[in-house]
Design a protein around this ligand. Structure first.
Ligand code: ZN
Length: 686
């Protein structure tokens, strides 16, 4: 599970100014002058992030990061292909034009073409990474023909014997027809979720057929006394061949083999420099999984990975999150390579070592609490490489593995990615967003002072305690809530965090200096859930992404609940809407009440109650408020989504031996994307 940035970060000026002595230090100066924001296009901005502490790692650790970073890049095309069947064909075509087009590159049309290509890179395909709606080029179909016709045929991915006209006819509807593959992940339960979603996990198979296939598979496993806890369907595409439904497994020798073979090659190199025996076992299991595609091995890998607690360097690499599948079964490929921020981790260690306390004292009904919380480990990490679904847009917190039974028996690892949130915060300094939407100067100052800490602590609580808390009633499957699962699960984790961030125990633990931190978090959360996150929604659209639904659900539920007592007040000033919290304690109680409800729904797998909550609070948009928010946001000229440029690692060799790994920070998004496409494309485009 993952935690993504709530929005356009709201902290301002939190970093203390450097003292004169410090400024003398070269490194520090470099850091302060580091250019975070490199460019902005459509609704996206591109940031660079620093990898502080990389230089201080041992050679072996640096080498490990290098090999894992290469493995992280090798799966890039898998993500594109999973997102939509024609993504690789489209990306390759656009890049061929970008690299070889002979016509005018200064025209407005050409600029629009470049923006479209950048958006495809940003979203790993032609659907918006967040809303999952297909976005259309702003140039015309005629212009697209001109581009193709002025690009040498040998550079285009033409089929054998295909001429340019037929090629143009093939691509035109994919790019320009809004009703072809209009949505990547359709979660509207009124239709067939599988057939109406463009993501490439099923082909020629209906939702009912897919459901039947997997329930049969589970029955069969039960009958044969096989492992029934495996994540059925996680690493495969379900297709109909000659009227028969079959699973195409992602593995060496199976689907995506050329890319997976490359990943395995780099993982084998990583094996030579692992830090601990546990890490070595985990990497070996992962290689074995990629070779066999066996989901029992996948679970064994996850168990080994959870047990590896002493390595500084760690990584995620595999078919992990299921947000891309409307049925929440199939894992999209992703990777994050990272290492522990030892100093900042002291914060999360306090939380995780008190996990049982938090579980026991939560407002949840006793029967849905874990009697014994196992090994919740939490750390603050420094990301070193983003890959697959986590690149260029990345979560800021992750809690894995996703398998409930492993979490229960062996625990889970939860991380907060500090160098990414730092990049967000630094880039947001003084961008005017907070000043526009916060009700008072007091709120602005509080956010400036405590926003960064509040945000990171909420992520810690969400990931390390929230997702790990609670238990399912016996016999309730993790997929019981189907299309509402992700929203409910994210709400559950958010509520756990919101409830506890204002618990006086955090002051006692020395994690926060005062209750101002919780206030800063509540201000931001309510403002965002009721209002500012709407900047991400196009006029006339509803809220669809599960984290956004989760925030709307919570904020609107507590707003309605406390209306009589005026817990949250809606204020209009100079024609602008604001939300002001009048009673922070009452608000906390409401968060607790909703957490209790949501945990019951989760534990009992109460699909109807989940539907009721989500459909009532999380989906619809007030058009008047929406219009106002968009207009206010428009004036700020900001982009609501953020992607990142990865650093580049290179091996330094002397006499054939690796003596160091160098890190550099490139600053051009297009160059990095083209470099990846040139060097890490291993899959056929059709
Ligand atoms: Zn989450």
């Amino acid at each position: 599970m993952r935690f993504i940035s709530t929005i356009i970060v709201m902290s301002i000026g939190f970093a203390a100014l450097a003292s004169p002595q410090e400024e003398k230090e070269n490194k520090k100066e470099e850091k302060d002058n580091f250019k975070y924001l490199t460019e902005q296009f459509a609704d996206a901005k591109i940031l660079r992030y620093q990898v502080p502490g990389f230089e201080n790692l041992s050679l072996k650790q640096k080498e490990l990061i290098y090999y894992l970073s290469q493995a992280a890049l090798c799966g890039r095309d898998i993500t594109y292909d999973q997102n939509f069947k024609s993504n690789l064909l489209i990306r390759t075509t656009l890049e061929a034009i970008y690299n070889n087009y002979k016509g005018d590159r200064t025209s407005e049309d050409y600029k629009k073409f470049v923006i479209y290509l950048k958006r495809v890179w940003f979203c790993n395909g032609i659907h918006h990474h967040y809303s999952t709606d297909k976005f259309l080029p702003e140039f015309s179909q005629d212009y697209f023909s001109i581009l193709i016709n002025s690009t040498p045929p040998e550079s285009l991915p033409l089929m054998k014997g295909q001429d340019k006209n037929s090629f143009i006819r093939e691509l035109m509807p994919l790019l320009f027809n809004p009703s072809v593959a209009s949505k990547r992940v359709n979660l509207d339960s009124k239709s067939d979720l599988v057939l109406t979603s463009a993501s490439n996990f099923y082909e020629g198979v209906s939702q009912r057929e897919a459901e039947e296939f997997y329930s049969n598979l589970k029955e069969e496993a039960k009958k044969n006394k096989q492992d029934t806890l495996i994540a059925f369907g996680l690493n495969s595409k379900l297709v109909k061949e000659d009227g028969k439904i079959v699973e195409k497994i992602y593995k060496v020798g199976g689907l995506y083999s050329p890319a997976i073979e490359q990943i395995v090659q780099w993982l084998k190199k990583a094996l030579t420099v692992t830090e601990t025996p546990e890490q070595n076992t985990a990497v070996k299991k992962l290689i074995a999984f990629y070779r066999s595609g066996n989901l029992v091995t996948w679970d064994e890998y996850n168990i080994a990975w959870v047990k590896d607690l002493n390595s500084l360097v760690d990584f995620v690499n595999g078919f992990i999150e299921v947000y891309g599948d409307p049925m929440a079964m199939k894992g999209t490929w992703e990777s994050i390579v990272n290492f522990k921020d030892v100093e900042a981790t002291k914060r999360t260690e306090i939380l995780s070592s008190n996990a049982q306390f938090f579980e026991d004292n939560s407002p949840v009904a006793p029967e849905f609490k874990k009697k014994k919380v196992k090994g919740v480990t939490a750390k603050v990490i420094t990301a070193a490489q983003l890959g697959g679904e986590c690149d260029p847009t990345t979560p800021i917190g992750i809690n894995l593995p996703n398998a409930n039974w492993i979490r229960k028996e062996y625990g889970s690892k939860s991380v907060t990615i500090d160098n990414i949130t730092t990049a967000y915060d630094q880039a947001a300094k003084g961008n005017g967003f907070l000043e526009e939407f916060a009700f008072s100067k007091e709120e602005i100052e509080r956010t400036g002072e405590y926003g960064h800490l509040a945000g990171n602590l909420t992520t810690d609580l969400h990931e390390c305690l929230g997702h790990g808390s609670g238990q399912l009633k016996h016999g309730v499957g993790a997929d019981a809530l189907k299309n509402y699962h992700s929203t409910i699960e994210e709400s559950r984790a958010d509520l756990f965090a919101l409830y506890y961030i204002s618990d006086p125990v955090l002051i006692k633990f020395g994690l926060v200096p005062s209750d101002e931190v919780a206030k800063a978090e509540y201000d931001g959360f309510i403002r965002n859930g009721l209002m500012t996150q709407l900047v991400r929604i196009h006029p006339g659209k509803t809220i669809e992404e599960s984290h956004m639904r989760d925030r709307a659900l919570i904020a609107r539920w507590v707003y309605e609940k406390g209306k009589e007592k005026n817990v949250i007040e809606k204020i209009t000033r100079d024609g602008k809407t604001y939300f002001k919290i009048n009673d922070y304690n009452a608000l906390r109680t409401e968060f607790g009440e909703l957490l209790k409800i949501i945990q019951r729904i989760t534990s009992e797998g109460d699909y109807n109650a989940a539907m009721e909550l989500v459909e009532t609070y999380a989906v619809q948009v007030d058009p008047v408020l929406h219009k106002e928010v968009l207009a206010r946001y428009e004036k700020l000229k900001l982009a609501p989504y953020t992607g990142f440029i990865n650093p580049v690692y290179s091996l330094v060799r002397k006499d054939g031996k690796v003596t160091d790994v160098q890190i550099t920070y490139p600053d051009d998004f297009a160059t990095q994307m083209l470099f990846y496409s040139k060097n890490f494309s291993f899959l056929p485009v059709r």
